[in-house]
Ligand binder design. Structure first.
Ligand SMILES: Cc1ncc(C[n+]2csc(CCOP(=O)(O)OP(=O)(O)O)c2C)c(N)n1
Ligand SMILES: [Mg+2]
Length: 886
């Protein structure tokens, strides 16, 4: 648009005058109406009007329409200057003696954006308000600490322990609820996850509100992020959902300091314009805060639009460069491009020009933007605030490409910083980089307290507990603990659906259950729940569903309980995280069950699963259609043989690979007890399969073993003279183990004790703990791990087989008393029948038999020829290529 020449300026002026008079006489809304009419008319008449989601490179809120802050600007400036100094000091001090890193420049650019929030907008949870939720940009954490320090919530010792946590009482580098459970709520530092999770947080808040579980009135979710961070697909990937769902409880603040770690975000373009286009195009309310108040008089004088033109044509690389120079440079290179602009600033000194501020550093402009954002209804809002990276760092880094990682500043820079912000630090103390405080009776401290009082109290505060729920006893699931009945076959997925059905009907906890699916309900046989529970929709169901005449029709409902996320595992996981932390953010324990294709779980959204651990999530993840050979037919991209390995990397994720309905039941019931009754900060990952088979009755007293990870499923004949083996298995492959035991008995007179291993991960954790204790207590009687307790005194080599990589079962090798042989499914999956896949991956009953025989031959219990004969008998080709490599 701006590149088009004006072929008839007089006509242009007439149209503009006409518009002016409409605005003057009838207001902006009328002007908007007329313009829309004109555009529609032009389109209908065949004119080509290319769509532009971008507006002029100016503040969205015109000067006259800005809501004024009720605050005392002078005092706020002093407070902010102290916050700035301390945030910088803690990083510099930490790096004086140690090399622990930290960031100064990011918060320096964002200080005003946070300050206005703390003083005027962010409600703490209190009697009258449920509390706002704020996603603080990860590496701006020093700012939050500094603010808490000045408010008296953190001590000087704690600030000095920034990034030094190992000895306790430290401050974590970034927001980590795991490390600072009463302070931080949301881990944000893995770029992109904050924006994504914030959107689903806002949506989940609406869900809780419309289900009548929580009063969410007036509550907002604020998410702070960097402009560089917006390049993450996760940052922008869910923005259409936020507008589709009318999330007017959501406010994004993008700190557009024009730089990321290495250099400019869009040196050759303008990130603010680009983001405006993306967000407006996605249906958001966009508020640009580009220019500070010092520009207002100049813009008022810009009747010909030349200044605007210059603002628009200048790219971010230049804008950044200007702020690393001085006023004279800006005069020459920004205004100097057009003589009229030079003329416009002729009366201004270089210092005056230097003072022309950016919107994000102007508390008036920021306040006005926030005030407009919180009032906006029907749409989410994004505030695009232009700032300077390293603001105040001067020659030590301000607007320089190196500034992101700058954590050292010399005396001259410190003095310049002090002078710039009017801080009272004597020259001879400057190198000590002292922390600054306000005395308890100072006007500043009182002001901070007063601001917070109005907003419900201390801001940085995370709740760690909610009311405990009363969990149904195991007997409530009795049907699942019994044998499935003659000829009745089912899968563990079906068992899960039965358990879920019992839970949603439970009087105590039924309404707390949140079933979450990413377009796979039918895959898991859960479609019966659509009708029964309803799929949550903020608008209900505006159409007659195609299957309305059926019992289990597709029912969308304002009071629905199911979250159907579409084909969107990252979004579903974000919803799960919001639900799994509701005990903290909403004071109510929700019980989310997210069931997904196991391959599209940890592998696909692993970093969110990690963040979930950090956030102390409590809930269930169900890896459906699990196992490399169990999901027959699907192939390489679908067959998961490693989700348990990844799950084991998350310290508070408890994972199981059960085989039978009763195992699954015991695990879920105990999980409910631990998470919602005892309020342990753990979450569960359980694999369930789609293979149908009979389910036996639970062996007496198996519960403890099931939970610990291993129990004796059946014992072989006790005939002393016959060779003996110990067979371990999990998931569907346990059934191959059981079949192998029968072959060994029938064909070779080998007796097998069979162990169902519900969790190799849990076994290892417990055993490592025992080994560690023994190492540290050398003079005390050694303890034994559960694996050792089970296998101690059991005769014969041990063979394990699972549907996962060999490393899964291999991880308990250290605790196995004797010979240990492991079978597993290393390599890329492929499509075929279960039977063929199990042969291919060498985990079927015949391979297990051969593995057991070979182990016995190594122990001299049987001749090795017998192993060769067995291979011949079962058609095992010794020259078959290793499945890992083909
Ligand atoms: C997923 C991920 N990749 C990389 C990083 C490392 N990193 C931390 S901050 C940063 C630059 C951030 O730039 P921007 O988002 O513009 O924030 P600013 O510091 O400029 O406010 C990078 C690359 C990270 N934390 N997370
Ligand atoms: Mg940036």
């Amino acid at each position: 648009m701006e590149s088009q020449p004006d072929i008839d300026p007089q006509e242009t002026q007439e149209w503009l005058d006409a518009l002016d008079s409409v605005i003057l006489n009838a207001g902006g809304e009328r002007a908007h109406f007329l313009l829309e009419k004109l555009i529609e008319k032009a389109r209908r008449s065949g004119a080509y009007l290319p769509y532009s989601a971008k507006t002029a490179y100016l503040n969205t809120i015109p000067t006259g329409k800005e809501e004024r802050s009720p605050g005392n600007n002078a005092i706020e400036h002093r407070i902010r200057s102290y916050v700035r100094w301390n945030a910088m000091a803690m990083v510099l001090r930490a790096n004086r003696d140690t090399n622990v890193g930290g960031h100064i420049a990011s918060f320096a650019s964002a200080a005003t954006l946070y300050d206005v929030g703390y003083n005027h907008f962010w409600h703490a949870p209190c009697e009258t308000h449920g509390g706002d939720l704020v996603y603080v940009q990860g590496h701006s954490s020093p700012g939050a600490y500094s603010y808490a320090f000045l408010s008296g919530e953190l001590s000087e010792e704690q600030l000095d322990n920034f990034r030094q946590e190992a000895s306790g009482n430290g401050l974590s580098s970034y927001p980590h609820p795991w490390l600072m459970p009463t302070f931080w709520q949301f881990p944000t530092v893995s770029m992109g996850l904050g924006p994504l999770m914030a959107i689903y947080q806002a949506r989940f808040m609406k869900y809780l509100g419309s289900r009548g579980l929580v009063n969410t009135e007036g509550r907002k979710i604020w998410a702070f992020m960097g402009d560089g961070e917006m390049d993450e697909p996760e940052s922008l990937g869910a923005i259409p959902l936020a507008s589709r769902e009318n999330l007017d409880n959501l406010i994004f603040v993008v700190n557009c300091n024009l730089q990321r770690l290495d250099g400019p975000v869009r040196g050759n373009g303008k990130i603010i314009q680009e983001l405006e286009g993306a967000f407006r195009g996605a249906g958001w309310n966009v508020i640009k805060v580009i220019w500070g108040s010092y520009w207002d008089p100049l813009l008022a004088k810009d009747t010909k639009g030349l200044l605007q033109k210059r603002m628009m044509e200048c790219v971010d690389g230049e804008y950044q460069n200007f702020k690393s120079r001085d006023g004279a440079y800006v005069r020459k290179h920004f205004f100097g491009k057009y003589p009229e602009l030079l003329e416009m600033v002729a009366n201004m000194s270089d210092d005056d020009i230097w003072r022309l501020n950016r919107g994000g550093h102007d508390p008036y402009k920021v306040y006005a933007a926030y005030a407009a954002a919180v009032k906006h209804t029907g749409q989410p809002t994004v505030i695009l605030a232009k700032t300077i990276k390293g603001y105040g760092m001067g020659e030590a880094g301000e607007a320089q490409n190196i500034t992101h990682q700058q954590k050292k500043m010399g005396t001259t820079s410190l003095k310049a910083f002090r002078n710039r912000f009017g801080l009272d630090i004597p020259d001879d103390k400057i190198d000590e980089i002292p922390y600054l405080t306000f005395s308890k009776d100072s006007p500043e401290f009182t002001y901070m307290q007063d601001c917070r009082k109005v907003l419900g109290g201390t801001f940085h505060h995370r709740k760690t507990r909610a009311q405990a729920l009363q969990i149904p006893p195991l007997s409530a699931f009795e049907a699942l603990l019994k044998a499935g009945g003659e000829g009745r076959e089912s899968s563990t997925t079906m068992a899960f659906v039965r358990i879920l059905n019992i839970l949603v009907k439970d009087k105590q906890i039924g309404k707390h259950i949140v079933p979450i699916v990413a377009d796979e309900s039918r895959t898991f046989g859960m479609e019966g729940m659509f009708r029964q529970l309803g799929i949550w929709s903020s608008v209900g169901q505006l159409y007659t569903p195609q299957d309305a005449d059926q019992l289990m029709y597709y029912k969308e409902d304002k009071h629905g309980q199911i979250l159907q996320e579409g084909i969107n595992e990252a979004g579903a996981m974000s919803s799960w995280i919001a639900a799994a932390t509701a005990y903290s953010t909403h004071g109510i324990q929700m019980i989310p069950f997210f069931i997904f294709y196991s391959m599209f779980g940890f592998q696909r959204i692993g970093d969110l699963a990690w963040a979930a651990g950090d956030m102390r999530c409590r809930g269930f993840l169900l890896g459906g259609t699990a196992g490399r050979t169990t999901l027959n037919g699907e192939g390489l991209q679908h067959e998961d043989g490693h989700s348990h390995i990844v799950a084991s990397t998350i310290p508070n994720c408890v994972s199981y690979d059960p085989t039978f309905a009763y195992e699954l039941t015991v695990i879920i019931q105990d999980g409910l007890r631990r998470m919602y009754q005892e309020q342990e900060d753990i979450y569960y990952y359980i694999t369930v399969m789609n293979e149908n088979y009979p389910h036996p009755e639970m062996p007496k007293g198996a519960e403890q073993g099931i939970l610990k990870g291993m129990y004796l499923f059946s014992e072989g004949s006790k005939k002393k003279k016959e060779p003996r083996v110990q067979l371990l298995g999990s998931g569907t492959i346990l059934r191959e183990v059981i079949a192998a035991a029968a072959i060994l008995k029938d064909d070779y007179n080998v007796n097998a004790d069979i162990w169902s291993v519900t969790s190799f991960n849990e076994l290892r954790r417990e055993a490592l703990d025992v080994v560690r204790w023994n190492m540290l207590h050398p003079t005390e009687p050694a303890k034994a791990s559960h694996v050792e307790n089970c296998l101690q005194g059991r005769e014969g080599p041990v063979v394990a087989a699972t549907d996962y990589m060999k490393i899964y079962a291999d991880q308990i090798r250290e605790f196995i008393p004797g010979h240990y042989r492991v079978l597993g499914t290393d390599g890329f999956g492929r499509s075929d029948t279960r039977e063929k896949l199990r042969h291919f991956f060498e985990v079927d009953r015949f391979y297990i038999t051969v593995a057991a025989l070979k182990a016995l031959s190594e122990e001299g219990k049987i001749p090795s020829e017998q192993v060769v004969q067995a291979m011949q008998k079962y058609g095992i080709d010794p020259e078959k290529p290793n499945p890992v490599t083909v």
